[in-house]
Design a protein around this ligand. Sequence first.
Ligand code: ZN
Ligand code: ZN
Length: 404
Amino acid sequence: MNKDENHFLLVVLDGLGDRPVKVLGGRTPLEAAQTPNLDWLMKKGRGGFIEPVFEGPFPTSKDAHLSLFGYSLRKWNMGRGVFEAAGLGVKLKKNDLAFRGNWATVDEGLKILDRRAGRIKETKVLVRALKKIHSVSGVRFIINSGIEHRFTLVMRGKNLSDQITANDQHQAGVKVPLIASLDDRPESQRTAAILNHFLEEAHRLLKNHPFNKARKEKGLPPANYLLLRGAGQLREIPSFQEKWNCSAYFITGGGLYRGVAKILGMKEVKVTGATGKTVTNLAGKFQTAAEVIKKTPFLFLHVKGTDIYSHDGDCQGKKEFIEKIDQALKPLLDLSGTTVAVTADHATPCEEREHSRDLIPVLVWSKKIREDALEHFGEKECAKGSLGLIKQNQFLATVLENWL
Ligand code: ZN
Ligand code: ZN
């Protein structure tokens, strides 16, 4: 792509797609929202749908973003832990094995009482305490605190395998299962054994730690166990730059999205107050994007709030948040030499409160593009758009080849 004239800004509103709901008069949140700026882009640009490409019963944000960036999941997918750890700023090395996890509460018999240890917020002192376990059989353990009760764990050493079970089955009231290997390879069995040893040691340190004893005295659940899931091993993956021959930047508030972008070698543009939550600096994100995109060929801008309202089943909140986004993205309307796409990674229908395989609305606008002259950015109008239906992992190629 020609760096000087062609710029591509990809705006991903997480979980934007939805279904018509009664409380919004039989419209989707995007259809019901008052969005003069998105409507302007839709009118001057082209509309359509993206068909999600994913593995498993429904699309995860990780799979959906990899697909959207044009990566084949069969070839390049890795367990979520890799992206979560990278999102927290861990500099992963090839073959590192990473997990996402929860600080949890277990009783004397290792029965899980609380999968989130009372949604514990401050865990730095416990992370420090676990540094005492320097390594097990030559494998190092690196823990980083995430938001609230979440953390990431990285195992670094030789002959590790991600073919092992999780000890977090998303279920309380059961005994914590031991980690087991999923295949017969010696490295899988060794990884499981080392990890079980580490978890036992960690539990011993945590249950006796003064911080947890103090929590117990205050009637709070102690964070005395590490529940792990999303095992992933960092493998080589072509960077975005290598794949598309253009350097890429990103703006996001959230951990996982930062992780996906970082693993693909994109460079971060930080925006003060960008949180990845529903209270975030939307104006700052879009204003910064409008400035940065003038100097860079590709920018990925991620907004999380739409998905959060969807998981809460709050379609009115989602509609109002879309209206806030619309106000914030006004600076994009002045961009010349730039193609702007607004879409989602997947649909998250409010009534389902979960990601779905529904088609995802998309609009693409640039000053050069031929107009569809559609009235409003919404699912119904997208069905009339000239983009038609594009497979998610073909979307970027379609835009880069046709409109830049
Ligand atoms: Zn998502
Ligand atoms: Zn979600």
